[in-house]
Design a protein around this ligand. Structure first.
Ligand SMILES: O=C(O)Cc1cc(O)ccc1O
Ligand SMILES: [Fe+2]
Length: 436
């Protein structure tokens, strides 16, 4: 089972809610956003996450009350973030690809270093699709603040706690939890003291992730809005200068500030970072027969793919009861018009006997055949079907309307399984009955 250790941090709940928080009582103006003089002389700044005229239910913006305006900075200088990429130099592989674990070549460093991009789908410049990165963040007292103008960031830790001091306050996540940082929100991402934080970082270049519609499931189920937790206002306590790195149009730009940019004393709005404990996901599944489509496991969806398809969608495969009768219970063999990138947080994935460890990545692009490997198929086709609990596992699939293109670093990694196709060897061709 996933360990969930909650520290004494305060959070505000409710996905998409209009929330407010003040570190000092009285810091939020009452009844207006931008009074002639804000409390304590704070600088007032709007952070817009959607175009101004967006329909109300999709409109996202927050008001920040800051010690310094974001605009007050010197020139940015372009820096090299090495393997943190927004474009792949390779063409889309015609083969299924698997990294068995995080790339061995990944060197822990202060974020946004310590990142190796594994695959990119769509286009950063075109605001579609996203990227999957592996991160390994080491402790560094001089770690910079970071913001991402290119993407919303979804953090999925696999090893150790990650502390995100965002402009809106502090979020801490452990394996089994995820954090969502909206486009443009500054943060300092750090491991625990003396630790090293590892996991997946997903960039969403397109429209913000939303909770999926529930259709016939009704008004409740899957990921509940109440379980998404937002931080409370907290100015970062780093004294003295701090570097701020902004990712913009695929490049990294650094500027040195005299003070921390994580200086929001109060905020209100609905454009906010949040975290979610995946064990809170209410699993809905068959209680009769057949393996249901994985859309029942959708946690978050981003609209705006071609021809009505989602742009990106993330589904999880959590611990759950399996009760289907006369059914091949694991995922069937399939080919999908959506492209799939799979990761593993903890344990094993039910249809890959081995070779897929936490931190690894499997890419099954549009229409590429996949499903159970040979030994999983034999086991699941012959086992006695009793109600059973699938324990100690948490995998995810990121689906994209566009193919996932692996990076050179991923393709050349020693963590890559070059004969991944062999997972589906060993099947016997079906012999048909002789014609009468
Ligand atoms: O490929 C995978 O393992 C992910 C997946 C799981 C499932 O239950 C049904 C379809 C699917 O793509
Ligand atoms: Fe699949």
């Amino acid at each position: 089972m996933l360990q969930h250790k909650e520290e004494a941090l305060t959070y505000l709940s409710g996905f998409g809610n209009e929330l407010e928080s003040e570190m000092i009582p009285g810091a939020l103006p009452v009844g207006r956003n931008s009074p002639q003089q804000a409390p304590f002389g704070l600088y007032v700044e709007q952070l817009s996450g959607s175009p101004f005229v967006t329909p109300r239910h999709l409109s996202r913006r927050s008001w920040l009350y800051k010690q310094m305006p974001t605009a007050s900075h010197g020139a940015f200088v372009m820096i090299d973030a090495e393997d943190f990429l927004s474009e792949s130099a390779t063409v889309a592989e015609g083969n299924r690809i698997r990294l068995q674990r995080q790339p061995d070549e990944l060197v822990p460093a202060a974020f946004p270093f310590g990142v190796v991009t594994l695959t990119i789908t769509g286009s950063c410049a075109g605001r579609s699709g996203g990227a999957v990165h592996a991160y390994a963040i080491s402790e560094d007292a001089d770690a910079p603040a970071f913001s991402n103008a290119d993407a919303e960031m979804l953090w999925i830790p696999t090893t150790s706690k990650l502390r995100c001091h965002t402009e809106f306050g502090v979020l801490e996540i452990v394996p089994g939890e995820i954090a969502l940082i909206p486009r443009g929100v500054k943060l300092l991402a750090q491991p625990e003291k003396g630790g090293e934080a590892r996991g997946y970082l997903i960039e969403n270049y397109g429209q913000p992730f939303q909770l999926p519609d529930l259709g016939p499931i009704g008004a409740n189920g899957l990921a509940a809005a109440r379980d998404f937790l937002h931080p409370v206002a907290q100015v970062h306590d780093r004294r003295g200068p701090m570097r701020w790195v902004n990712k913009f149009a695929g490049s990294f730009w650094a500027t040195d500030l005299a003070f921390t940019p994580l200086d929001v004393v109060a905020w209100r709005g609905n454009y906010l970072p949040c975290k979610y404990d995946l064990s809170r996901f209410m699993v809905v599944n068959t209680v009769s027969f057949d393996h249901a489509d994985p859309s029942i496991f959708t946690v978050l969806t981003s609209a705006g793919g071609p021809a009505g398809a989602p742009n990106l969608e993330i589904a999880i495969f959590p611990p759950r009861w399996q009760v289907a009768e006369d059914t091949f219970r694991p995922p069937w063999f399939h080919r999908n018009t959506m492209s799939e990138a799979m990761g593993l947080v903890v344990g094993k994935y039910e249809v890959r006997s081995d070779g897929f460890q936490p931190g690894g990545l499997a890419i099954h692009n549009c229409m590429m055949g996949h499903g159970p490997d040979a030994s999983s198929w034999v086991a699941a086709s012959t086992r006695k079907l009793e109600p059973e609990y699938l324990l100690g596992t948490m995998a995810f699939v990121l689906e994209s309307a566009l193919p996932f293109v692996a990076t050179t670093k991923a393709l050349e990694s020693t963590a890559r399984q070059n004969d991944y196709h062999s997972a589906w060897q060993g099947f016997q061709r079906v012999t048909l009955p002789e014609k009468a």
